[in-house]
Design a protein around this ligand. Structure first.
Ligand SMILES: *[C@@H]1O[C@H](CO)[C@@H](O)[C@H](O)[C@H]1NC(C)=O
Length: 212
């Protein structure tokens, strides 16, 4: 119905679009929920000795180095997240992302930059994600990484995670890491967005632009 209308009046619509702005201020109350703080705790498993390893090391640079992860190495991960430290406990999500070795310093003191999405698959946060990006000096007992955003129930997320290794197999590389995440976000899990431009001039429904 709306489509037929826009086809009938493309010229009028288009000329008013030219005059229209592409932005508007909308009241924060259109989010229709209060900001809240949530603490999540879960365990992250890096499985190298598994039949199906949860990480992949991208062709390391051909340089002489005594670092286990020479400068420029990149690792891609798809690691399970569980409710308890045991891999046999309930799976509540997965971490997908990368880390890269970002220091030319030699030796075991790895300095990595880590970027990942935490995708939750259970309960209130099923389908929601958190985006984490930061420095991870994995030899430190506790590492702090910022939460820089999120989706679903975690829209507008900001916060931090504290990562602490609870079990590390230094010989083979398998590791279990406890994550405590503290995140400010809004309580609404509704998938609908606040509707801006309620005068009907939706950018992508413009008859000309919609063909692109
Ligand atoms: C999580 O959401 C997906 C997609 O909506 C659904 O298929 C699945 O059953 C949900 N899982 C749980 C445990 O609620």
């Amino acid at each position: 119905m709306a489509k037929i209308q826009t086809l009938l009046v493309p010229l009028i619509l288009f000329s008013s679009l030219v005059a229209a702005s592409y932005y508007e201020t909308i009241p924060p109350s259109s989010l229709s929920s209060q900001e809240k703080l949530t603490h999540l705790r879960f365990y992250f498993h890096e499985l190298i000795t598994n039949d199906k390893p949860s990480l992949l090391i991208i062709d390391p640079p051909k340089v002489m180095s005594n670092s286990p992860l020479p400068f420029g190495s990149m690792v891609v991960i798809e690691d399970p997240l569980t409710i308890g430290p045991g891999l046999d406990t309930k799976k509540i999500g997965k971490a997908q992302g990368f880390y890269l070795s970002a220091t030319q310093r030699e030796g075991i003191a790895l300095e990595i930059v880590m970027g990942m999405t935490l995708h939750f698959l259970e309960g209130e946060f099923n389908g929601s994600t958190l985006s984490v990006l930061g420095r991870n000096q994995i030899m430190n007992e506790v590492r702090e990484l910022p939460i820089i955003g999120g989706t679903g129930a975690f829209r507008f997320a900001r916060g931090y995670v504290l990562a602490r290794s609870v079990k590390v197999d230094y010989l083979n590389g398998d590791a279990t890491v406890e994550y405590n995440a503290y995140v400010y976000h809004y309580s609404s899990t509704s998938s609908s967005s606040p509707q801006p431009f309620n005068h009907g001039l939706h950018f992508m429904t413009d008859p000309i632009l919609a063909k692109i």
